[in-house]
Design a binder for this molecule. Structure first.
Ligand SMILES: CC(C)(COP(=O)(O)OP(=O)(O)OC[C@H]1O[C@@H](n2cnc3c(N)ncnc32)[C@H](O)[C@@H]1OP(=O)(O)O)[C@@H](O)C(=O)NCCC(=O)NCCS
Length: 332
């Protein structure tokens, strides 16, 4: 019998470089409260958000993606033509097909394998899981993972369930070979029984078949999502720490999806992270930017001098699906 004669990839992968692009405008709570009968005080107290970043009408999710990607590639110290796979995680690219990733690749001047994934606020961590596996399997040498959203295109300003939470941004990383372990095993899963908890208000077929149907936007059952995220995600994060062969005391930074400061604080408590761990809270200024929120919060920790290359970060994404993914990574 003839067997295949194939080469595997390197034993380990790591994040080589990070880049971000935030929407151009910082929108304060006061600009959004009137149609939802809310207040700056309520939003700050219940979510921690003071402003959220939103993009110009003419700035697309692909523009944000391209800008973050260029920065990530530069910080990785490689050239774009060394990227052989592009994964774009987004739920707000306004075309069913083609995906946005091939267009971003083309803008970067490359013909890498390129595809979109739809894993909402867990999308960045899903992308990291795939990139890590591709590199170690020898399927790709350098993978560009982008989490990008223009959430403001899918917000109903009168919907008090979610409108005031969401922002527009992109975060990107390059994942490549490493001599030492740089990405811990991903702990991930889904619970589709909660698929209605965060959802598009109507399907495109409903829009087609009923002219009365308003343009679809995002809606959530906030209290149920709050409970799920606050209590069900901590055990997943703990599993990721264990799978990485470290303890909470070894973690320098906790960088969860930026959904709500109260959820983040509750998770810190549930996981039992020591006070020495710095916690990503970019949500205060950027809002919830879904797939972009973890790289954004990571960049913020660097900028504030709270982390440095080589530190261990525990990251966990969770959201519509319901889906979730966590892994411990070595910061680039
Ligand atoms: C959205 C969220 C902040 C709402 O807070 P909550 O305490 O659960 O809100 P509830 O819907 O239970 O309402 C509590 C009160 O606040 C009021 N309220 C709800 N939304 C409000 C708003 N936007 N502004 C002002 N008041 C509001 C309600 O009317 C209710 O008032 P009452 O007590 O007088 O009846 C919270 O549920 C949350 O953060 N959920 C998770 C959201 C999330 O992270 N989603 C993304 C996951 S990827």
């Amino acid at each position: 019998m003839t067997t295949l004669n194939i080469k595997r990839g390197p034993e380990f992968s790591r994040i080589l470089g990070l880049g971000v692009a935030r929407g151009e405008h910082a929108v304060p709570n006061d600009d959004l409260i009137e149609p939802i009968n809310s207040s700056d005080e309520w939003i700050r107290k219940m979510t921690g958000i003071a402003t959220r970043v939103r993009a110009d009408k003419d700035t697309s999710v692909l523009d944000l993606s391209e800008n973050a990607a260029r920065e990530a590639i530069a910080n990785a110290g490689i050239s774009a033509d060394e990227i052989d796979t592009v994964i774009l995680s987004t739920i707000t690219y306004p075309h069913m097909t083609p995906g946005g990733a091939p267009i971003v690749a083309d803008r970067l001047g490359i013909t890498a394998a390129a595809y979109d994934i739809s894993a909402a606020c867990a999308g960045y961590c899903y992308g990291i899981a795939q990139a890590d596996a591709f590199v170690r399997a020898g399927t790709a040498r350098n993978v560009l993972v982008i989490g990008a959203e223009k959430m403001s295109d899918y917000v109903d300003p009168t919907d008090r369930s979610i409108s005031y939470l969401l922002g527009d941004a992109a975060g990107a990383v390059v994942i490549g070979a490493s001599d030492t372990p740089g990405i811990g095993p991903t702990v991930w899963g889904s619970d589709g029984s909660g698929s209605r908890l965060i959802r598009q208000t109507a399907s495109w077929l409903e829009v087609r078949d009923n002219p009365e149907t308003p343009f679809p936007t995002l809606f959530q059952e906030g209290p149920s999502v709050f409970k799920w995220a606050s209590f069900k995600m901590a055990p997943i994060a703990l599993e990721a720490i264990e799978a990485a062969g470290v303890t909470p005391a070894d973690i320098k930074a906790f960088i969860p999806h930026q959904a709500n400061v109260r959820i983040i604080d509750q998770m810190v408590k549930q996981i039992g992270l020591p006070d020495t761990v710095v916690v990503g809270k970019d949500i205060v200024d950027s809002g919830n930017t879904s797939a972009a929120s973890i790289p954004l919060a990571t960049e913020r920790l660097y900028r504030d001098g709270q982390v440095k290359p080589g530190d261990l970060a525990l990251q966990i994404g969770f959201g519509a699906g319901l889906v979730y993914a966590a892994q411990v990574v070595v910061l680039p």
